[in-house]
Design a protein around this ligand. Structure first.
Ligand SMILES: [Zn+2]
Length: 511
């Protein structure tokens, strides 16, 4: 609690990446450097009202929201920028990269302490970062901060809804809050909520008290989209709880499905204003509600052949726009490499008469074609560079064009029959139509636009997407890879589980 009217300084930083245990492509600091790496005062400019926080991704995210909360608080609050790094999901992060980021937090906070003190810390994290050999890498970030600022300075943590919640991740910081939309579109609101509550805590006008529950539940909730049942009702109920001024923040977490922590599961987190019994009551209730939707499993995805058949039958959808087909076994947005040839081979074999746009990662082929003239006939072999389980296929086509994009790096487009393939050096997310459009391939003219994204494409392709199909082959983002994870037993739906409470009590250290 402040003892003077001196401005209160809140240091902030972001480290955000989601790791897929089955990805053949480990992450390094370079993945952050090519995507999003800003330090110091540039964070203030990027998070300002007219700034652009995360070019290529979203204009405003958590740091914009946090800075808006600081601005609202007036001169009493001074935001102190440290650094912000963000990368596309991939395999677990290298240990030395994780250590480097811990050290940066330490150094950044030590500098901030010397420059005028630190009265609060905001850490914008993901919650599903993995590092082999470090069970809880993001707890390491929180501890690095705590070691510098001491036990009395509040630390706020915001997390993705797919965070894997563990005891230390919720109990080491002062409080945590999470996204409440899926596809995620409330990054800025989440930063604002975290910031506003942290400011109240720093100023002594709120005393966050947190209760939580951890469910042995890895997969449920139907599509998990926030605007469809059963999740819609749950999110509405959470908002209703927050109408009570004693309830400061209610979050649910659905756990990234391809994480490395054995306690991977859904969680409920409730923060009240110094009302521990109320927090416990609501957390228990919310956990019960989450448990209720466990039987609502996501619809089974069609095979590649079935998916192509569905697209072929969608004549009106193709005439009015395009069919968006998610390559659901190779979703780069959930950490896959983006070099699976299984759906591509099926399309070449069974959709040779349909206009298809396809994203693909193959750095070697990009290098081979980069200097070639447009219009040149080319023979390429795609696949199997990073992940040997992706069968290599040979294709003949014509070079359509090339460009270079932030994050994606160099790209070339080739035409193989009626299939246009955009080959990237970096992660071929294809989550926005511009992925194709900027190479002269408008999605509205395609019968099928393939994407490597589970959720965000549904927002960005909305203007042209007339039918969404998730096609399943075999890969790092299959839901049944869950069976290959070393999870705490029992975990639903891998195991039958009659009652969630015993696992929850064990995870909270109560038994
Ligand atoms: Zn997420």
């Amino acid at each position: 609690m402040p003892t003077s009217t001196r401005p209160q300084r809140i240091a902030f930083c972001r480290i955000s990446q989601e790791s897929n245990a089955f990805s053949a492509l480990p992450s390094s600091l370079d993945d952050f450097r090519v995507t999003h790496w800003y330090e110091g005062d540039e964070l203030l400019a990027r998070g300002a009202r007219d700034g652009h926080e995360a070019p290529g991704f979203v204009k405003n995210a958590e740091l914009s929201g946090f800075l808006a909360a600081c601005a609202e608080a007036g001169p009493r609050i001074v935001p102190v920028p440290m650094f912000s790094v963000w990368a596309v999901p991939s395999g677990p992060l290298a240990h030395d990269a994780w250590q480097h980021l811990c050290d940066r937090i330490t150094a950044g906070l030590q500098d901030a302490m010397k420059a005028g003190g630190v009265h609060g810390v905001y850490l914008c994290l993901h919650g599903a970062l993995a590092v082999w050999g470090v069970p809880e890498p993001e707890v390491g970030f929180i501890r690095a901060a705590r070691a510098v600022v001491g036990p009395d300075v509040p630390i706020a943590v915001s997390l993705d809804m797919h965070a894997i919640i563990t005891r230390d991740l919720v109990e080491e910081p002062t409080f945590v809050v999470g996204y409440r939309t899926n596809p995620h579109r409330d990054h800025a609101q989440t930063g604002r909520r975290a910031g506003a509550l942290l400011i109240r805590t720093v100023l002594g006008t709120a005393k966050p008290t947190l209760a939580w529950r951890s469910l042995p539940l890895a997969l449920g909730g139907g599509t998990t989209l926030d605007f469809l049942q059963p999740m819609r009702g749950l999110f509405r109920a959470m908002r209703r709880l927050e109408k009570d001024p004693r309830v400061l923040a209610v979050s649910l977490f659905q756990a990234h499905l391809w994480g490395t922590h054995p306690e991977l599961g859904w969680a409920a987190v409730v923060v009240t204003d110094d009302e521990p019994a109320l927090a416990e009551h609501h957390a228990e209730d919310l956990a019960d509600s989450l448990w209720e939707v466990r039987h609502d499993q996501a619809p089974a995805f069609p095979s590649a052949a079935e998916a192509i058949g569905q697209a072929r039958s969608a004549i009106l959808a193709r005439r009015l726009g395009t069919v968006c087909m998610c390559d659901a076994s190779d979703v780069v947005g959930a950490g896959a490499v983006g070099e699976s040839t299984l759906l591509l081979a099926a399309i070449r074999g069974e959709a040779a008469d349909l206009k298809v746009l396809f994203p693909f990662r193959d750095a070697l082929v990009v290098d081979q074609l980069w200097d070639k003239p447009v219009g040149r006939r080319v023979d390429v072999e795609l696949g199997g560079r990073v992940d040997p389980t992706s069968p290599r296929i040979g294709l003949s086509g014509v070079l359509l064009g090339s460009d270079e994009q932030p994050t994606l790096g160099r790209r070339v487009a080739i035409q193989v029959g009626t299939t246009s393939i955009v080959i990237t050096k970096g992660p071929p997310l294809a989550w926005k139509p511009a992925f194709y459009g900027s190479l002269g391939l408008p999605v509205r003219r395609a019968d099928i636009a393939v994407v490597k994204s589970f959720f965000p494409f549904r927002l960005y392709f909305a203007a042209w997407n007339r039918k969404t199909i998730y096609a399943r082959t075999r890969g790092a983002t299959d839901f049944d890879r869950l069976l290959d994870l070393e999870l705490a037993r029992p975990t639903w739906p891998k195991d039958p589980v009659a009652e969630w409470r015993p696992a929850d009590r064990a995870r909270r250290g109560l038994t």
